[in-house]
Design a protein around this ligand. Structure first.
Ligand code: PEP
Ligand code: MG
Length: 379
């Protein structure tokens, strides 16, 4: 683990006095959250919950949830996952010592949790020859059928993000309850917690409206059960152009916006974030079609315009709206400068980039405030 030298700590402390932009970290587990805290993050700006489901011990339960024949079977699987999720959130809240933690409800396509289709096909074919009457074959065939049903041509544009919560509200309900149980338990111990619940991939205000109500209901339920009142906020990712363009409507249902510039870059350019870098993007950069990789450095002319529009419309509808960015760009110098100029409240980046982001945020302030002064003195 890299340690920060005393001199560098001093420089960072000085940078913190100058900067106006908050710096948070993206962290999905207590270890990353601890690193973020040590590196001076002002909170967790993005806790992606999907990694928690990928845990080897949990995959069978997750598959049970997806393969469930009916609601009660699915609820049984979710009942097993709830205490595990609660533990995940307790660990992250504890590591952040009362700083705000933005937890994003489940976002990836469901089939990511399913076994590999090709391997499954080989297993089924083998069993059909060697043991055609076996229960194992029936089980694998059912699994294969489900994997095929869940398969999509464009998973990144498919049944992902809040679209999962809309179709399987019980998954988001379980996550929201786990967050509130964790918060109630730590509050009981006298600790401070600031949960911020974030809904991903919203494109229409009605998605947020429904998911927000679901989170509020879960909070009421847990508060009644535990007798603990929990302070929390609900917000959304802005990562679909339509969300940025209708940000005034969306702000009515949100306490905060976090710009997901990875997806916003994908959807604004129409480039697949999984494929573009490995296919044509390098050639584009070499041939000067693009000045740089827009997935690394924020494209201020296009994607940035959507961010500006989102902030402006959102704040017009709700002046108290908090705004941040949590895509890869949140840890990149020139993108951080853009975030400062756009008036965002914070950037969120990987824990190891937090020191760099603190410096870049201070540089942005100094650079632009100084310019303002120059204008005054020459006027
Ligand atoms: C984003 O899209 O910018 C984002 C932060 O979410 P994810 O990368 O998890 O899709
Ligand atoms: Mg995203």
């Amino acid at each position: 683990d890299p340690e920060l030298s005393d001199e560098f700590q001093l420089l960072l402390a000085w940078a913190d006095q100058e900067r106006k932009l908050g710096v948070r970290a993206n962290a999905d587990n207590p270890e990353d959250a601890k690193k973020a805290f040590e590196f001076g993050a002002g909170g967790v700006g993005l806790c992606r919950t999907e990694h928690m489901f990928m845990d080897l011990k949990r995959i069978p339960i997750v598959q049970k949830m997806i393969l469930a024949e009916n609601y009660s079977e699915r609820m049984e699987a979710l009942g097993e996952l709830l205490p595990m999720q609660q533990g995940d959130f307790e660990g992250i809240f504890e590591a952040m010592e009362g700083l705000p933690v933005t937890i994003r409800l489940l976002a990836p396509p469901l089939h990511e949790f399913m076994p590999d289709k090709e391997e499954l096909l080989v297993d089924v074919t083998k069993l059909q020859i060697l043991d055609p009457e076996s229960a194992e074959l029936t089980k694998k065939e059912l699994l294969l059928k489900k994997v095929r049903q869940l398969e999509e041509f464009n998973p990144m544009l498919g049944h992902r993000g809040c679209r999962l919560g809309m179709i399987y509200p019980e998954i988001y309900e379980m996550q929201a309850k786990a967050i509130f149980y964790a918060a109630a338990k730590l509050t009981e111990k006298g600790m401070e917690v600031q949960p911020e619940i974030m809904i991903p991939l919203v494109g229409h205000v009605n998605e947020l409206k429904q998911m927000r109500q679901l989170v509020i209901d879960a909070a009421v339920l847990v508060q009644e059960e535990t007798g603990k009142s929990i302070e929390y906020t609900i917000g959304t990712m802005i990562e679909i152009p339509r969300a940025a363009l209708t940000a005034d409507q969306i702000a009515e249902e949100a306490d905060f916006f976090s710009f997901g510039t990875n997806d916003l870059t994908q959807t604004t350019f129409g480039y697949s974030r999984d494929d573009a870098e490995g296919k044509f993007l390098q050639a584009y950069i070499e041939n000067k079609v693009l000045p740089e990789n827009p997935f690394a450095v924020l494209d201020q002319e296009g994607v940035g315009k959507l961010v500006e529009t989102g902030v402006k419309l959102g704040r017009t509808a709700k002046p108290s709206l908090k705004t941040g960015i949590c895509g890869e760009h949140g840890g990149e110098k020139s993108s951080i400068d853009f975030c400062y100029r756009t008036g965002l409240d914070y950037v969120s980046c990987s824990p190891y980039r937090v020191p760099l982001a603190r410096l870049a945020a201070a540089q942005a302030t100094i650079r632009h405030e100084q310019k303002k002064e120059e204008v005054y003195t020459t006027a």
